[in-house]
Design a binder for this molecule. Structure first.
Ligand code: MN
Length: 129
């Protein structure tokens, strides 16, 4: 089963995304701050990570940078999910190493299309090796 880790401190967002992700047949693991998100990444080796940016301990861009600097987990696609829609934010997330970016509120279609896109790209790479 495809395993998706969502790092998010807002229970309402967590519930909403969980509903969409699990109804599409994916397994979802949850972490509510940056430190436990990092721990869950190492422990669970998820297929994809959804990353909130405003987290209570370590900023999501920093969590992303740490994951992307660890060769064990650097290959995992990270999609930033954030309410910050200011000009320049997208570039900041991408330069931190996020593979994609979705602005909240995220629609079901948009989220599932993005997941399918990154998971398919990943399985194509795996098939080639
Ligand atoms: Mn947050």
């Amino acid at each position: 089963m495809v395993k998706i880790l969502y790092i998010e401190d807002n229970p309402q967002n967590m519930r909403l995304i969980r509903k969409i992700v699990t109804s599409a047949g994916y397994e979802m693991i949850e972490a509510m701050d940056g430190k436990s998100g990092l721990a869950a990444t190492m422990r669970e080796n998820p297929d994809l990570i959804l990353m909130d940016i405003n987290l209570p301990d370590i900023d999501g861009t920093e969590v992303t940078a740490r994951i992307k600097s660890d060769p064990q987990v650097a290959h995992i696609p990270i999609i930033a999910l954030t309410a910050n829609a200011m000009i320049g934010d997208r570039e900041a997330y991408l330069s931190a190493g996020c593979d994609g970016y979705l602005a909240k509120p995220v629609s079901r279609t948009e989220l599932l299309n993005t997941l399918a896109h990154f998971l398919e790209a990943k399985s194509l790479v795996a098939a080639r090796h």
